[in-house]
Structure formats: C-alpha cells, structure tokens
Design a protein around this ligand. Structure first.
Ligand code: SF4
Length: 412
C-alpha cells in the first residue's frame, strides 16, 4: 500500500476535537485566489455568452478541448457541452426519452445533451463541433440535432494510438480538417496565424501554471477544497471568459500555495488520485468528509503544444500525442488502454494510497476503462474504487457515500 500522509497520533487526535475520527477535515482558510475564482465563476454563465452572441459574437457548442486555441483564434467562443446539463437536466433527459425515444438505460450525458439542444431550438448558438474519434453513441445522437436546424461539424476521425502511427500523412490529414474548421467558422476569411500562435502560447502558459499548482498541492494537500480544485481545472479550458484575470488568479494561487507548502501538513488526511472527473459535488464532499485529499487529477494532460512546427500542425501533434498517452479522455479519441499508465505514474509521483475512478452509468467507454484499470491496479496492489454517476445535480445515493467512506476507512 502506498503512503505519504502524515498520520497524527491518537494522543493528538484526542486533544483536538475538530480532528477526531469522523469529523470533516478543516480546509484552508479563504484565500484571495479562491475569492477571485468564486467571482469569475459567477460572472461566467451561458446567459452572459448569449448576450455576447446577441451583440454579434460567434459561439459554438463544443470545441473546448485540444482544438480550443483554433476556435478562439477564429473569434468564436467554444462552449462546453456540460453547459447543456448544468440546469433542468431531468427535463432534458425526459425529452430525449419521450421525443427521441432514447432508451432510459442509455448514458444520461447524451440524453441531457440532445434533449437540451431540442429544448433550446431555435437556438441562437446553432453550430456544434465534435471529433469523429469520440464515443460512437455521441456521434450518432448528435446527428438528431440536424432536425432542429443545428449546423453540425465533424472533425473526421483521426487516431494514432502508437507513436509510429503518427505518420506525416496522418498529420497532414488532420491539418486539412483543421483548415476546414477555419473555413466553416470564418466564412472564407483566412486564418490569422498570429492570433492562433497567441492562443497556443496562452494555453501552454496556463497548462504550465496549473501543473505548478498541482505539484504544490502535493505539499499543501488541504489548502484547497477538492471542489475548488475541480472548478479551477475546469477553468483551464475556457478561462471563465476572462483569460487575463484567470491567469492572474493562477499566479496568486501559486504564491499562496508556495507559502502554505512551507509548513508540513499535520492534519490527518488520506491522499488519493482521482480519474474520470470526480463524480460531482456530492461525491467530492463525501471524499472530504472521509478525510480524503486529492493529490492527483488524471483529467490534466502532461504535454504542451509544440512551438517548433506550424500552428495547425502543432494542434494535430497535440491531440495525437494525447491519444497515445491516454490523456484528454474519450472526447479526444483517447485509447481506453492507456489511461492506466497515467494513473499509475500519478499515484507513484504523489504517493497517493489509491484511485477513485468515476464514470457515467451506461457509458461503454467508461466501463471498459474502469475494468482495465481495476485489473491493472489490483495486480500492482493499489486500491481502487469505481463509482458510477449520472449528470444530474442530485445528491449521491446513500450507497455511494457508504462505499466511499468504507474505501477511506480501508486506506486509513
Ligand atoms: S459518458 Fe460515455 S457514452 Fe456518454 S457521452 Fe461520454 S463517452 Fe459517450
């Protein structure tokens, strides 16, 4: 079993009632960086994006992953698909089941997505982009949105699961696909390469700062709540629509964590790595109530966009490299087999004691990834708990919470 947490003696626990077994871990005090995060989150809503669209700004659904620098360089706001189930997700799911006749046991993410798109029609944000290498059900279901006058753009399926598959002709094919995006979004206007370079460099800068923060978090694991960290990471793709403020926030947080890391943590905690997005607010809270500290997030990639090739090639290399590293998830067409290596490396690097792996109920991709990881980690003697969830904001089932608590008791 892996170690790493500083375990308090029973004497210390007895003396401090706030730290006795079963009490929530006391998290870091309010920090200026987290206050700014809260402000940025409140100011970044779909309503605000809709106002910009009404003023003439372009926006599309999707395009917020590896291709985001290109979308921004085309003066377009990419919107995360997750915005489609942020509210009234049950209503959207009912539309998917009743109107589109999607079976109830199907993945709730897909149902909420197509149901919400239908409810929004006629939608002022009527362009949708997706990668053909992502999960097959999503590709099929998004086709249904055409009937509601959505303009769908599919980046043709391109994969390179081994480095030798990343041949020049594969890169050239993907570059052509990216050029088609420019044509689609810019309506014939050529790509502004300088703008694209600026976006790529900004993304690299943000990635580098996020990595610094996550490294510091291993030394100051209780400074941020698990939920705050998840929110911070989600901002690394859209910057909450305010890149300069987001980057300043990251700098502020690096300063705060650098100071916090100088004092060894003496509160009791159990370090774990999380994969598959964490499982929502209720699950993240249950982790904290069980004295868990997430010291590694598999959601974060480990690479930068290359600066030694033309910018569209740089984007092509980035996604194909991610596929063969098991990073960026199914949206980037990543192989189900490789994430386990990333998990193991992160557990070794952070001295986590186990993995919390969550996926969406009914997701064929997620269930295969979890099965592969379970077998792999169990062979290595690394504990793993696999959780399933849906996209709704409902509190987690009591059984899920009990399983999480039992997992942490086992790790204690
Ligand atoms: S959760 Fe799984 S099935 Fe659902 S959209 Fe994502 S990858 Fe596809």
């Amino acid at each position: 079993m892996q170690g790493g947490a500083k375990i308090m003696s029973m004497h210390m626990l007895d003396k401090n009632p706030a730290l006795t077994h079963g009490a929530p871990v006391v998290r870091g005090k309010i920090s200026p960086a987290m206050e700014e995060l809260e402000r940025l989150r409140k100011e970044y809503t779909i309503t605000d994006i809709e106002k910009l669209v009404a003023q003439g700004k372009k926006a599309i659904w999707g395009g917020l992953s590896w291709e985001a620098p290109l979308i921004y360089a085309c003066d377009t706001i990419p919107i995360a698909f997750s915005e489609l189930w942020r509210s009234e997700s049950h209503e959207a799911e009912s539309v998917a089941e009743d109107y589109f006749q999607i079976p109830p046991e199907f993945c709730s993410m897909i149902k909420a997505m197509i149901g919400r798109l239908h409810l929004r029609a006629p939608d002022p944000i009527n362009k949708i982009i997706y990668f053909g290498a992502c999960c097959e059900p999503i590709v099929n279901v998004l086709e249904l949105a055409k009937a509601d006058n959505y303009d769908l753009y599919c980046i043709e399926n391109t994969t390179s699961f081994k480095s030798e598959d990343k041949r020049p002709e594969v890169i050239a094919f993907l570059v052509k696909e990216l050029e088609r995006i420019v044509h689609w979004l810019n309506e014939g206007k050529p790509l502004d390469e300088e703008k694209l370079w600026a976006e790529i460099k900004r993304k690299n800068l943000v990635s580098q700062k996020i990595r610094t923060i996550l490294d510091l978090q291993v030394k100051a694991p209780l400074y941020l709540t698990v939920l705050n960290t998840a929110q911070l990471l989600s901002g690394s793709s859209h910057y909450f629509g305010q890149a300069e403020r987001y980057i300043a926030l990251l700098d502020q947080l690096i300063d705060e964590l650098t100071v916090a890391a100088l004092t060894p943590e003496d509160r009791y905690f159990v370090p774990v790595v999380i994969a598959g997005g964490g499982g929502g607010r209720g699950i993240l809270n249950a982790i904290e109530e069980s004295h868990g500290a997430v010291v590694g997030w598999v959601a974060v990639g480990t690479q930068y966009y290359r600066l030694d090739v033309p910018p569209l090639e740089s984007i092509a290399h980035y996604v194909l490299d991610a596929q063969s590293r098991g990073e960026l998830g199914e949206g980037a067409g990543t192989s189900v087999s490789y994430r386990k290596h990333r998990v193991k490396n992160l557990i070794n690097k952070t001295h986590a004691r186990g993995l919390i792996s969550s996926s969406i109920t009914g997701c064929p991709y997620g269930s295969v990834v979890q099965k592969i990881e379970r077998d792999y980690l169990q062979n290595l003697g690394i504990p793993i708990i696999t959780l399933e969830r849906n996209v709704h904001k409902d509190p987690p089932a009591e059984e899920q919470v009990m399983r999480i608590k039992a997992f942490f008791e086992m790790l204690s």
